[in-house]
Write a protein that binds this ligand. Structure first.
Ligand SMILES: [Ca+2]
Ligand SMILES: [Ca+2]
Length: 321
């Protein structure tokens, strides 16, 4: 009898240990809690991004984890898909076999044909679990998908003159080419940029437009977000302005009779001072474009051969919505 009691206690103890040591596992996102990518171009497939989870111990039984998905954009099947697929909208169910400690799912961004100017942000939250999993640790994973810009110029292949832009000099102003490639881009001389400078360039006062070759069609958007990095190494005469025109022809004198340019509001006020030697992200919004085609330009005006500020532009992007 006494022996039997000892055995029972021993068996209970062992079973108890089994429950404690092998049953109650915690599941957690590991090693990463965040990831990011860019939305694929129209007609191209996105790259699956793998998200890993681990359990705190080997599972004694096959167990499930439900992960709740929240985010903006057009939703599952339009802005992204997951593998395993979502059988119930907004829930990914993962099964971890007995004897295992790891699992993962993938998220693949899709081009949804919708411009999400604030980009996409998804939150994956461990919501429910079963069997051997009794708790969750780091239970949130964030995934960011950037909307690809309409225009995206880092000037890193700049050679001679910047691609995608054409310099147009107003007749009667300083005749020399003023916009050129520079090796001193953002954030440092490891990348190229485009730069305007009139110093030592001969007679006249600068008035030169660096014009984006492709006009932008106002019927395609209600708002345009134009961002660029700006740097000025030297102080002196001259300034840059971001302007647009709905009646410029796209070629020839940018100040020909009848051509009007409007300053993009807020641009000038955000510029670093001439000679300040600090890269500054200048962000502009344009909302009052009608259903017309516009040209966008950076104008460098007022520099002379004996006194000129210089202006470097890098990471020029335009997003529309
Ligand atoms: Ca999109
Ligand atoms: Ca660059």
């Amino acid at each position: 009898m006494r022996l039997l009691t000892y055995c029972s206690i021993f068996i209970l103890f062992v079973l108890g240990c089994t429950e404690e040591d092998y049953e109650a596992a915690t599941v957690t996102f590991y090693p990463s809690l965040a990831g990011s990518t860019t939305e694929p171009a129209p007609g191209t497939a996105g790259t699956p991004f793998r998200v890993d989870l681990v359990t705190s111990r080997v599972l004694a039984r096959e167990s499930q984890v439900n992960i709740k998905v929240a985010g903006n954009g057009a939703g599952y099947g339009f802005s992204y898909v997951t593998n395993p697929p979502q059988l119930q909208q907004g829930i990914i169910t993962l099964t971890i076999p007995e004897g295992e400690t790891t699992t993962f799912f993938t998220i693949t961004p899709l081009n949804d044909g919708v411009v999400e100017v604030n980009d996409y942000e998804y939150t994956f939250t461990i919501d429910q679990f079963s069997n051997s999993i009794r708790s969750s640790g780091q239970n949130t994973f964030k995934f960011y998908v950037a909307e690809p810009p309409l225009v995206d110029q880092n000037f890193n292949d700049c050679s001679g003159a910047p691609a995608a832009f054409t310099e147009r000099i107003v007749p009667g102003s300083m005749a020399a080419t003023l916009w050129a490639c520079t090796d001193f881009g953002f954030p440092n001389e490891s990348t190229k940029a485009v730069e305007a400078n009139a110093f030592g360039k001969g007679a006249g006062v600068s008035n030169s437009y660096l014009i984006l070759n492709n006009p932008l069609d106002g019927t395609d958007f209600s708002e345009m977000i134009i961002n660029m990095q700006v740097y000025s190494r030297f102080s002196g005469a001259g300034q840059i302005r971001l302007k647009y025109s709905s009646n410029y022809s796209g070629t020839g004198n940018p100040e020909a009779d009848g051509v009007t340019w409007t300053e993009v509001p807020g641009f000038a006020a955000q510029l670093p001072s001439a000679g300040s030697r600090a890269w500054t992200l200048v962000k502009s919004n344009l909302t009052d474009i009608g259903d017309e085609q516009i040209y966008l330009a950076i104008q460098f005006q007022g520099g002379t051969t004996s006194s000129s500020s210089n202006w470097r532009i890098d990471d020029f992007t335009i997003k529309i919505k």
